[in-house]
Write a protein that binds this ligand. Sequence first.
Ligand code: MSK
Length: 649
Amino acid sequence: MAREKKTPEELVSDAASVEMVKKSIDDCVDTCFSRAETQKTPCKFGTLGVCCKICHMGPCRITPNAPRGICGADADTIVARNFLREVAAGTAAHSDHGRHLVLNFKKVAEGKNKDYQLTDIVALHRIAGKYNIETVDRNDNEIALELAELFISEFTKQEETLETLNLAPENTRKLWKKYDIEPHGIDRMVVEAMHRTHMGVDHDYRNLLDHAFRTSLADGWGGARIASMIGDILFGTPKPVRSTANLGVLEEQHVNIIVHGHEPSLSEMLSAAVKDPEVVEYAKQAGAEGITIAGLCCTANEVLMRRGIPVAGNFLQQELAIITGSVEMMIVDVQCVMPSLPNVASNYHTEVISTADIAKTIGADHVSFDADNAYESSLALIKRAIDNYKNRDPHKVQIPSEKKPLVAGFSVETIRHMLGGRFRASFRPLNDAIISGRIQGVVGIVGCNNIKTKTDSYINTLTSELIKRNIIILKTGCAAQASAKAGKLTPETALEEAGAGLREVCETVGIPPILHMGSCVDNCRILEASSELVWEGGLGDILGGLPAVGVAPEWMSEKAVTIGCYFVASGVDVILGQSFHTSGSENVERYLCEGAQERFGGGFHYIPDPMDAVEKIMELINEARNNLGINKKAERKLMDMKDRRALDV
Ligand code: MSK
């Protein structure tokens, strides 16, 4: 049975995407939307997580008549093993991204790569201080080198636990110790996950799932956090920046170049090189009025946060960007890049260029990114895109007009400065607003788009409903881009939609009620902000006690599974718009939901409807506020005349 056929308006929320889905149909180009129709109903065994192909006696599938595989593994073991492998893959993706940055950072520190600099020295000293690295009377390169070596050792540690775990509140760390889920080296955790899930090794679903939590912590409080910190040192800690979002950022008279994927090293350099007078002149000679560089997915978030580069779109718009017929080149690196891109591009003039040696696609031209020669490589790619401008077919060009203004760049440092002012930077005003009830709580809305849901719809409904209820929203990834496209990432949103208390705080401080904090690896910034709330005081002494919830409404990737796990292991309840592939084991689901809640203070909740999610979030936040004793209304004393006379005296 094929999936139900939907109209473009039922598939996607924003008008630009509707227009491009229609154009893809007119142009007879296959996209994820048409391919979803041709895919049969998703495999039942895969959905339940009870298909095991770990050894070659099978594959085995668990059914009521066959409750064990050939080796004797039951549904609990099979589901937990499959789940752990997903978490390992998500951790590997984020952390390998972190590793690439660390290795480049080390070269910069050693003076071996002159194309990059230690751009943010304040960040270098701040981060070195977190690891007790001496900064007095040392030059910046020495400090950076010691930090780089420490970060590299976080990947390779064999028996010691990660030093980056120390960036979490003490009582949260104590829980990790108590339940024995403190990770050792990041690489070791991923290797061990693969070992445990090999045929005939770890069969206890609880032991497997504990390693899933452990491995996820090696991501959120390890590799991803390291990636985020190095990004700040090399490219600058994000500060508020204005830009625009949606396919309307592409320009008809310009050479359009799109950067897509996740890693910032090349896209940062392209963003700088695009202003080089040599290529600007080259574009003019080619008949273009200029060069537009725009981003997709989290590469977009990286260059948006630090350079204000416009966002062409989020995950499910990657094919639609090519369908505008106006893109000379799409330069991709790693993660969330659809293998279909060269097929889509073959209908237009777009060149798809892969740049990471670990990520090649048949039909894409591979230009290996050389970080040691990044600026020259970037200039060469831009010139090649300009050369392709003459091949554009004007009859195929149709750029939607939709684009919305936005403000992004909300690193934890920026939030602290905006809340407390330049001289008294502090989270105190936010804590006070939460304690007084003007802000009820904090919700992180993160993650992807998923073809199973109308694009951006759950994300945007949930976001609007929560700010009405005085919840401040922290966003990352494609979820942040959904808000950007809907025009919600501006301070004016507070005036239009936020509840009275949240509006008052946003107006006083000058921040939007929805704060864009960056890319997928920057989910660790949300935990960093949550830690600041704990340290500031008045909201308990552990992450698990905060009036805070994480939501991944339209998630789709293994990285999202990992992110969910490290939020839960950090004590934060996580609501998912669709469940994991674990429903074939009640024991596994109970361990991930109620079990995690009992041990860490946060568990998973599967809620497919955004309004039901709103209700659950408010319930969880209310419960946390009650536990903290901050839900008390100020006692009102009814005065009689005698009391009033006493006051007059
Ligand atoms: S890009 S992992 S679709 S957020 Fe980070 Fe977007 Fe999800 Fe990829």
